[in-house]
Design a protein around this ligand. Structure first.
Ligand code: ARG
Length: 285
């Protein structure tokens, strides 16, 4: 696994684009409740270690030339580090979250206030949705997950707000409860025909698998083994793909396709059921 942040020459098909991301330092990170199968409140967590690992992720993005903005962590909200759930933003419009479980609901106003204070137009949500955890922009299309967190109503809502095609996909395995645990967007900026994704077919119902197969015939199918350490929960700038360090199979698949995988160890944050992507919200201004 690549430890260095050196950027080798991109292949012609894959060129990196600088991105802007929102992150939240896990100052209050712990696992004190259980809202997904990964979380075991009886098991101890190490907040200092979570912070150190998160800082490595932060530095990795800085090294790749991305710009990182930060939201202030709030005491008593240990999951706030997973900023991907804080909203979904396209063209300066931030659709706010409405969390499924009461434990995370106080995060919603904090994220929406941050968006408003930072020049985004906030679209207040009507339906239960967990932001970019369940909504992924691929080319001009929004892939939208349901089954565990975001509701089908939220899919209709984002179609109206953003005026884009929304493709609903149903997750069926509780370990992969957010869409971003089962799909990784590798080429978000290219047209749909070329856009490439990686996913775990077994995380979806049959109808969703058929849709994915038809729309993305060249997609990378990632193993259950790599997916189980949230290998798919990754961030691509179109060339550099930041992934879980232990996802070595996925790493090889990415390399074969001309991408530059960069492994980061977020084992402590995995105790909360989140990985690289969960800690990263894309700010599309
Ligand atoms: N403990 C958090 C929850 O269950 C983890 C969120 C992970 N975020 C993500 N985008 N998949 O809500």
């Amino acid at each position: 696994m690549t430890n260095t942040h050196t950027i080798s020459t991109p292949s012609r098909e894959h060129s990196p684009q600088p991105r802007s991301y929102l992150m939240c330092r896990p100052e209050y990170f712990t696992v004190s409740y259980r809202i997904n199968p990964w979380m075991e409140p009886a098991k101890p967590t190490d907040t200092a270690r979570a912070i150190a690992q998160w800082e490595t992720l932060y530095e990795t993005y800085i090294g790749l030339g991305h710009s990182i903005e930060l939201i202030e962590p709030l005491p008593g909200l240990p999951d706030m580090v997973y900023t991907a759930n804080g909203g979904f933003i396209i063209d300066g419009v931030a659709y706010g979250p409405s969390f499924r479980y009461p434990e995370r609901q106080p995060e919603a106003p904090a994220f929406m206030r941050w968006f408003a204070d930072n020049g985004f137009q906030v679209a207040e949500p009507v339906s239960v949705n967990e932001g970019e955890g369940d909504f992924l922009l691929v080319g001009d299309t929004i892939l939208a997950g349901t089954g565990f967190r975001s509701t089908p109503d939220s899919h209709r809502e984002i179609a109206e707000i953003f005026g884009r095609e929304v493709v609903s996909l149903t997750l069926t395995n509780a370990n992969f409860y957010h869409l971003d645990t089962a799909i990784s967007v590798l080429d978000p900026l290219t047209g749909d025909a070329d856009a490439n994704i990686a996913y775990l077919p077994g995380a979806f119902d049959e109808a969703s698998r058929a849709i994915l197969d038809e729309r993305y015939p060249n997609a990378i199918h990632v193993s259950e083994e790599d997916s189980r350490i949230l290998g798919l929960n990754s961030i691509s700038d179109g060339y550099n793909v930041v992934i879980a360090k232990r996802a070595t199979g996925f790493e090889a698949q990415l390399r074969e396709r001309g991408y530059n995988p960069i492994g980061v160890d977020l084992s402590e944050l995995l105790l909360g059921g989140g990985g690289v992507k969960c800690c990263t919200l894309e700010l599309r201004r």
